[in-house]
Write a protein that binds this ligand. Structure first.
Ligand SMILES: [Zn+2]
Length: 96
């Protein structure tokens, strides 16, 4: 009965790592600030965003495929140190 409305209340994005589609709320938005790709969990940063599962495995895939530069239209591959730290933190918080 209400099966059709689910799509609308739940926008999907593609993870730049594993390329699977997920609900936007399950993905971490990242954006470029200067030359750094930074986590944007609140989705407040301006500019292009790339969506990623908050999972180091997806981060790894994205880095290896240079998906960040592509998704964010960066000339140079953006730095991802801050993003990696954020993900490690998130992963730790989940296992404890
Ligand atoms: Zn993923």
């Amino acid at each position: 009965m209400s099966g059709r409305t689910r799509d609308r209340t739940c926008p999907e994005r593609t993870c730049v790592g594993c390329r699977k589609r997920s609900a936007k709320t399950e993905l971490l938005r990242t954006a470029v600030v200067g030359e750094e790709c930074v986590p944007d969990p609140r989705g407040t940063l301006p500019g292009r965003g790339a969506y990623l599962h908050p999972d180091p495995a997806c981060y790894d895939l994205a880095v290896r495929r240079r998906a960040f530069s592509r998704a964010l239209r960066a000339q140079e591959p953006p730095g991802t140190a801050e993003l990696l730290q954020w993900l490690r933190h998130a992963a730790q918080a989940e296992t404890t």
